[in-house]
Design a protein. Sequence first.
Length: 464
Amino acid sequence: MKVMKFGGSSLADAPTMEAVGRIVQQAAQNEQVVVVCSAMKGITDKLIQAALAAEDADSTHTEVIRSVREKHERTVGELMDTSDEQEEAAGEVAKLLDELESILHGVELVRECTPRTHDLVMSFGELLSSTLLARFLRSRGVGAKFVDARRMIITDSSHGSAHVDRAETYRRISSIMGTGETIMVVPGFIAADAEGVTTTLGRNGSDFTASLVGAAVAADEVQIWTDVDGIMSADPRSVEQAFVVSELSYEEAMELSYFGAEVIHPYTMLPVVDRGIPIRIKNTMDPEQPGTLISVEGARTERDVTGIASIDNIAIINVEGGGMVGVPGIAHRIFRALASANINIIMISQASSEHTICLALRREEASAAVAALESEFATERKDQTIRQFELQTDLEIVAVIGERMRGKPGVSGRLFGAMGRAGLSVHAIAQGSSERNISFIVAAADRDATLRTVHDAFFGEGTS
């Protein structure tokens, strides 16, 4: 069995949906296929907009839903060949959208959109796209069946980003997916709690749906179809020589995802990672490209570095003071204060002298972070045992990632030697004991030059 997840850009309109249909039909000639659908591109944003407007008793929510209806009706008209097929598909779409309008009318009357109702409204994007794709496949003579994910994926009632009951979910998926249909079309992102109330799986929820289904049925492969050829060695907007990485290990893919490679999200990978099922990233518009394979083994290459990623809009806070040296609990207090302010620390660097701790975080959280630290260490600041919280903004984290970096002498020398020769300054450095990732901070203005310099150092002519 193969699980194929198609993102919103792959289901944006009739031409892309036709392309998806061809890809699925070809795959189904050789094996059983489960198709997981995101909402059509832009629809989820419109549903959120409509829910907020209805909550404010703003009648524009009807105009928003009208545009959603028109988009789907237009797609039906362009997809279906006969008037009978168009009428049947349009009827299914209209039924869903009529239900959505009734829900939003209720929200408008009570002027409240609870998290439970918000999840229900959000679910219609995936319900519409998967219903339409299943209908389109059947119109082409393919035995496709729509399967409501809410019958299979069971969560708690934490609306907005529900937690999956994996044991019950796997049991239900195995039961339903074992019925032998060639193609099953499943809406991604949505689920239900034990009472049958609609929930959602949060960010990248459709990838998570595909991963759960793949793990439950022990799929041969989970494919993520999107609008790029695969995971790149670096951002091609900055590095002209960037290329598609053909193979990655799970760990390398997770590292790259944490540092800005947004093709997949680490959390969505966990079910298939646990069961050793490979993931392949493919381009819907160029399906002949091999894409990127993510597996236990990873790349069979002699290259030390697999890829280079970056995170922009970074700030750093340097916590400095002689009173920190040898004092237990300072780091604990720093992280506790920032956690209490709901601030995420992306990177940490500390010299063995313990005189300075450098914290990297999102720039928009910097002021709140400094305020939280000032409050926590008010006494130490007063007696100068902690001298200052120095804030620097307009920075970028660059991460050099590779499984083969571990235990390999000279990688850091090659990296920072290249940076030095290019005249690029490094503000802070961090490397874990796994040696799979070297992260460092540069000025935002130096981002492109840094990416090009590092990429050339590891992938340029004369490297291996």
